[in-house]
Design a protein around this ligand. Sequence first.
Ligand code: AMP
Ligand code: MG
Length: 341
Amino acid sequence: MDTLLLGTSESELDIAASLLKSGEVVAIPTETVYGLAANAFDSEAVKKIFAAKNRPCDNPLIVHISELSMISDIAVSMPQTAKKCAERFWPGPLTMILPKKDTIPLVTSGGLDTVGIRFPSNETARRIISKCGFPLAAPSANLSGSPSPTTAKRVYEDMNERISAIVDGGESDVGVESTVISFEGEAIRILRPGKVSYEELLSLTDKVYLDDGIEKKVSPSDIVRSPGMKYKHYSPKAEVILIDSGLDEYKSYVSSHYESGVFSLLFDESEAIDGVPHLVYGISSEEQAHFLFERLRQFDEMGAKRVYARCPQKSGVGLAVYNRILRSAGFSVVRLDGGKG
Ligand code: AMP
Ligand code: MG
């Protein structure tokens, strides 16, 4: 059946909530990317998310809440550092891994005894969760492996006839998925970088670690702290190659490797190379995060076979942009003199 397209009026959100209450899957906007939501307590409903996405069943989902009091139904306990993070960054693009209660079925947590919890700032997402009265498990609303959708149109392209409805809340603000963190005593470990940055987390505790999986490839047999890290991710059909270099080196590398089907992903129009088609994704890390996934999808529409991407700054949300390009490139990086390293 065709997927129903809904706006954000009260009556349309009532329809979304009633579908969710009857165990259906509905795509919803959030400030990071669009999410594919179902009742986090209902294992049959959650199984439909995995089926719609073709997602491996050991890749856990994030559980979304609309008020702090919902945590006590989901998590056994919350360390002091987690409370400080909630105070500072919630509602917002931060997911915290906590020990789960039995109310959360193992399907939702990908078989783990922990659960990722997020309190989104997006008003539509919160209104839908409140109307439901239960937390929503919601991974990104793309087919597993492809770039996350930041508009309802992109969700429709991947999910038409696979889910009941899509709520169109406009473009996602941040553009990359939430920062995922876990706690080790007083220390915070970043499992996946996002808009809430390493630098910001350092303002809460002097012990913030970056997980190995952020910059390094992990093989499917490795035991990893963040199960999503072992899968191919965020990939367009085109081959992506990250070029870590200054502008001059980038230009001469791309020119000398040019052939039909090669495109470049630039920060700015002023970097264009004669004869090489390109898209730009922004100068600031915030712009790059906002546009990255949309640009990767546009390259596919343009028939790109290979994309040479300018390497972003690795600070602030830039680390998240770097991590997503690195993964979409299957960790294929060319380092040339003049790179930022
Ligand atoms: P997505 O829903 O597509 O944004 O992916 C959510 C990601 O969050 C997963 O792929 C994991 O890497 C991470 N995650 C969610 N729950 C947990 C958990 N309990 N422990 C560790 N990582 C988690
Ligand atoms: Mg995802």
